[in-house]
Write a protein that binds this ligand. Structure first.
Ligand SMILES: Cc1cc2nc3c(=O)[nH]c(=O)nc-3n(C[C@H](O)[C@H](O)[C@H](O)COP(=O)(O)OP(=O)(O)OC[C@H]3O[C@@H](n4cnc5c(N)ncnc54)[C@H](O)[C@@H]3O)c2cc1C
Length: 401
């Protein structure tokens, strides 16, 4: 079998891999292998993000839907979250990913769909010989100088070289997609508590006129099956409690992402990781798409320079910029993640009740896993004030009785 030759092999056609390809030099020979038959399908993600972030990344408006009201529920409590100027959006991931892929259509990039990377080995000249299995079972080989591991939680390349283990703690999600029906086209909700052990649930409209209801659980913190948890919820009166219309036959999506501490190493010689294979999704709510696009583009630029000049510093700078942006915030976010996974119903009741009152910047910062010192101080202050006010109200209530 004669191998295909290229400079860079990208494994995985999600937002990370596609973004790397989009900023590599036009004439650099690149092969991108993607195990699914189509970019963006099947859907394995929800697509929640933020208006300011997607605008900053230059994502066209047609690929997202702004959300004007966000509600949070737990047990019997429901509040509207004040997000102030922070506007959540729901990305249309299938269209967005296809658009990301189209940004490389004019380049020397070959897109191999329905092709799964299975293994690689380093040859004596330092290049990699990788084996790719097609959907009909036949094998192809690719020889490349660099490999980008953008295979998501699989970390397929690093695992095949024994450089990283698959994550031992995972967020596992499932979503049912309904017709929009009478659901508001600009309202999203999250729900927490005993009904979704070690995780949370969500409901939101989509940019193409549907409504999705989902749950994500952290395993092995809970052994509950996300599907059973969602089915059990649907047996209750959630339509009334959450103000939803869940009529019509739903279609199902499911996905997995790592839920382990962030680790700052991106470079393994000429194998570089990006996206969920490097644990880029935020530890608080698992929002990864914008992070993958931002740092995927950065890696494409850096790798282009390194491939042209043979100098390593652009790649080292990529690694440094990822660490600088994520390491501290994600360490703190992971503390929130671990703590949240052990919350009881009483904890969630208190938390959701407070959510309606906390400073909007603090809520957005927690959801985005951003914890700069100034914001932490402000969060602490606002929490103290909210706590003090609640105690005062309880005291007044007791005195009045
Ligand atoms: C249930 C769920 C809900 C989520 N909700 C949100 C959200 O609301 N907002 C948000 O921003 N993020 C969300 N995320 C996280 C987000 O989806 C990820 O952070 C993001 O998709 C990671 O992008 P990626 O390109 O690194 O990996 P992926 O999107 O996983 O893409 C990698 C691709 O590589 C392919 N692949 C894997 N192995 C191989 C192989 N051996 N050979 C060839 N191809 C391979 C896979 O088929 C996959 O399509 C959610 C994740 C899950 C699981």
């Amino acid at each position: 079998m004669k191998p295909e030759e290229c400079e860079i092999l990208i494994v995985g056609g999600g937002p990370a891999g596609l973004s790397v390809a989009s900023t590599l030099p036009d004439d650099l020979p690149v092969i991108l292998v993607h195990q699914d038959r189509e970019i963006g399908l099947p859907v394995r993600t929800s697509g929640g993000s933020w208006l300011d972030e997607v605008q900053r990344l230059g994502i066209p408006e047609e690929f997202y839907l702004p959300i004007r009201q966000s509600d949070a529920y737990t047990g019997g409590i429901g509040v509207t979250i004040n997000l102030g100027p922070h506007v959540p959006v729901i990305l249309h991931t299938e269209r967005l990913y296809k658009w990301l892929a189209s940004l490389s259509d004019h380049k020397a990039r070959a897109l191999w769909l329905g092709c799964k990377f299975t293994a690689t080995r380093k040859e004596s000249d330092g290049r990699f010989l990788s084996t790719i299995r097609t959907r009909d079972g036949s094998l192809r080989q690719v020889r490349s100088r660099y490999i980008v591991d953008a295979s998501g939680w699989h970390a397929a390349v690093l695992a095949s070289l024994g450089l990283a283990e698959k994550p031992g703690r995972l967020g596992v999600g499932i979503e049912y997609e309904y017709p929009l029906g009478r659901n508001r086209p600009d309202r999203a909700l999250i729900f927490v508590g005993d009904e979704v052990p070690s995780g949370y649930g969500w409901g939101f409209p989509t940019a193409d006129g549907k409504f999705r209801l989902g749950v994500g659980l952290i395993t092995p913190d809970t052994r509950a099956s996300p599907r059973k948890v969602l089915e059990a919820l649907l047996e209750t009166d959630i339509e009334r409690r959450f103000g939803l219309d869940l009529s019509g036959e739903p279609t199902t999506h499911g996905g997995i992402l790592p839920s382990v501490p962030f680790e700052g190493r991106m470079l393994f010689g000429n194998v570089i990781r990006v996206g969920d294979s490097a644990n880029f999704a935020t530890p608080t709510v698992g929002e990864g798409i914008r992070v993958c696009i931002e740092f995927g583009r950065l890696l494409g630029e850096a790798l282009g320079r390194t491939a042209r000049t043979g100098r390593r510093w652009p790649l080292r700078r990529y690694e440094w910029r990822v660490r600088r942006a994520l390491q501290i915030d994600y360490a703190l976010g992971f503390v929130v993640n671990r703590r949240g996974a052990t919350f009881t119903q009483a904890h969630w009741d208190r938390m959701v009740e407070r959510l309606g009152r906390i400073d909007p910047d603090a809520v957005a910062a927690i959801l985005k896993s951003e914890f700069p010192p100034g914001k932490i101080l402000r969060m602490g202050w606002h929490t103290l004030v909210a706590h003090g006010r609640a105690r005062l109200r309880r005291l007044r209530g007791r005195l009045a009785r």
